[in-house]
Ligand binder design. Structure first.
Ligand SMILES: *[C@@H]1O[C@H](CO)[C@@H](O)[C@H](O)[C@H]1NC(C)=O
Ligand SMILES: *[C@@H]1O[C@H](CO)[C@@H](O)[C@H](O)[C@H]1NC(C)=O
Ligand SMILES: *[C@@H]1O[C@H](CO)[C@@H](O)[C@H](O)[C@H]1NC(C)=O
Ligand SMILES: *[C@@H]1O[C@H](CO)[C@@H](O)[C@H](O)[C@H]1NC(C)=O
Ligand SMILES: *[C@@H]1O[C@H](CO)[C@@H](O)[C@H](O)[C@H]1NC(C)=O
Ligand SMILES: *[C@@H]1O[C@H](CO)[C@@H](O)[C@H](O)[C@H]1NC(C)=O
Length: 430
């Protein structure tokens, strides 16, 4: 208990002071007041209560920490709407204070004007919970460098605890506090090395405070790490032939993302038919004159990068060409399946991997073509042999009539057996 002033004549307004002086002259019995300490959040409502004992109807004065009288026996003395007298009974006097600010803190006096004045002080404490902290970046983070981040909680009471967290682990930092009169500003500064893979990494600053009941106010922050670009040309699948269209896509990364990509052809100009938009290059109806090395380039403030693509346009392998080739069939290569011979070897061009694809589709046509050619060849042979025989028979008809017929039959047999026609011919001639 702090010893209060015996008299409050200086504190109340002059009119009230006179009144109080009159009351003080009265002889009153021993009375007592009790006050309770109050803690309230800033902006909240505080209840200040004074318990009375043996109240005899004497004047009750309530004063604020600056000893200004708020209520003089139930009558408002100070013009501050936030204070309300809510209860005045012989046992209890209670006032409320709305929208408490830190400047309302201090001892509130409940006082009875009696012979020996009793008073009690109710101490009002105001707690200021922190807002969500803010993050300040000292300088732009560049890969290979360090970034300095400051987490700031500008106002709290008592001081907030700030922690930097990454992947649920604390990053130790340098904490500093600054007293701003009633509240404290707290900061926590960290310096961390950054690489490009840290770009976009999530870190957070957490504020914990007694007023938050174990909850935390968290500021999430994503690292923004600047780095030089990388570019990669996504090549088209398969091989390209004359008449195909080509689309090259340049996938670009970098921070900041390069604003545009440049396409070019090494030692040459881009073909007339080439169209570029954003990160793609399109050439419709390829021709072999488009052969060359194509470059995709991009840059930002931190560097430049390029990727190249070598375009080789292969000859147009048309259907007609395939059939033409089959008319001169070669033997089946040893690796092929003996019962289902393919004619792949005919078309296999070591420099033309795409030919395999073409060949597979051409096989049925090639087989038909080959059979047709064989048939034509056989018919021609039969015709020649027939004509030749008839000529010879004419010459020797009279001398070897029977043998001529025999020979003719032999030839026919040779053909029917499916032997090579030349063998048949030889046999006949001998
Ligand atoms: C009220 O607060 C004051 C100052 O902080 C302290 O001296 C006093 O003991 C407290 N009274 C009670 C009843 O807690
Ligand atoms: C003070 O107020 C109380 C309650 O209203 C009343 O009972 C008492 O008479 C008043 N005292 C004086 C001196 O006016
Ligand atoms: C509460 O008090 C603050 C100043 O302390 C003021 O800016 C604010 O408007 C007040 N709010 C209400 C609801 O009265
Ligand atoms: C290539 O062949 C396709 C069909 O086989 C044809 O449409 C195209 O015009 C040809 N291109 C050239 C350049 O000959
Ligand atoms: C471009 O030209 C230079 C000099 O003429 C030559 O050395 C280089 O190989 C050429 N590059 C390409 C991709 O053709
Ligand atoms: C283009 O490349 C293909 C595949 O290497 C080649 O066969 C062709 O001769 C080239 N054409 C020109 C004009 O260089």
């Amino acid at each position: 208990m702090r010893p209060g002033p015996r008299s409050l004549l200086a504190a109340p307004p002059p009119g009230l002071a006179l009144c109080a002086a009159l009351l003080l002259s009265l002889d009153l019995r021993c009375q007592a007041v009790q006050a309770e300490n109050v803690t309230v959040l800033e902006g909240g409502t505080a209840q200040i209560s004074c318990k009375l004992q043996n109240y005899d109807g004497s004047i009750v004065v309530i004063q604020n920490p600056r000893r200004q009288t708020l209520f003089f026996n139930g009558t408002r003395a100070l013009k501050d709407d936030r204070f309300q007298m809510v209860l005045f009974t012989p046992r209890l006097v209670r006032i409320t204070l709305r929208n408490v600010s830190v400047w309302d803190e201090g001892g509130y006096f409940c006082q009875l004007y009696t012979d020996d004045t009793h008073h009690q002080v109710a101490t009002l404490s105001v707690i200021v919970p922190p807002e969500v902290p803010t993050v300040e970046v000292k300088s732009q983070a560049v890969e290979g460098g360090e970034v300095e981040l400051t987490c700031l909680s500008p106002r709290s009471k008592p001081p907030t605890t700030l922690r930097w967290m990454r992947d649920r682990r604390e990053i130790p930092g340098v904490v500093s506090q600054q007293d701003n009169g009633k509240t404290v500003s707290v900061s926590n500064t960290i310096r961390i090395p950054v690489e490009r893979r840290d770009n976009g990494a999530a870190i957070s600053c957490e504020a914990s405070h007694p007023a938050l009941n174990g909850q935390r106010k968290v500021r999430h922050y994503r690292l923004d790490v600047h780095f030089a670009p990388t570019v990669r040309i996504v090549p088209p699948p398969g091989i390209l032939r004359e008449g195909d269209s080509l689309t090259l896509t340049c996938s670009v990364s970098g921070n900041p993302v390069p604003r545009n990509v440049q396409w070019s052809r090494v030692n040459d100009t881009l073909p007339e038919r080439a169209e570029t938009s954003d990160s793609t290059l399109t050439i419709s109806r390829l021709s072999q004159s488009h052969n060359g090395t194509y470059l995709c380039q991009a840059h930002n403030n931190y560097g430049r990068a390029a990727d190249h693509y070598m375009l080789l346009v292969y000859e147009n392998v048309s259907l007609v060409e395939s059939v033409k080739d089959v008319s001169v069939p070669r033997m089946v290569p040893p690796t092929s399946h003996p019962t289902s011979p393919t004619l792949s070897s005919t078309f296999l061009d070591p420099e033309d991997p795409g030919a395999v694809v073409e060949t597979q589709s051409a096989v049925p046509y090639a087989v038909i073509g080959g059979i047709l050619a064989l048939l034509v060849f056989a018919v021609i042979c039969v015709l020649i042999v027939t004509i030749w025989c008839s000529v010879r028979q004419k010459g020797s008809y009279l001398t070897h009539e029977a043998s001529g017929l025999d020979e003719h039959g032999e030839v026919q047999e040779a053909f029917l057996n499916g032997n090579d026609s030349r063998e048949g011919k030889k046999e006949y001639l001998l």
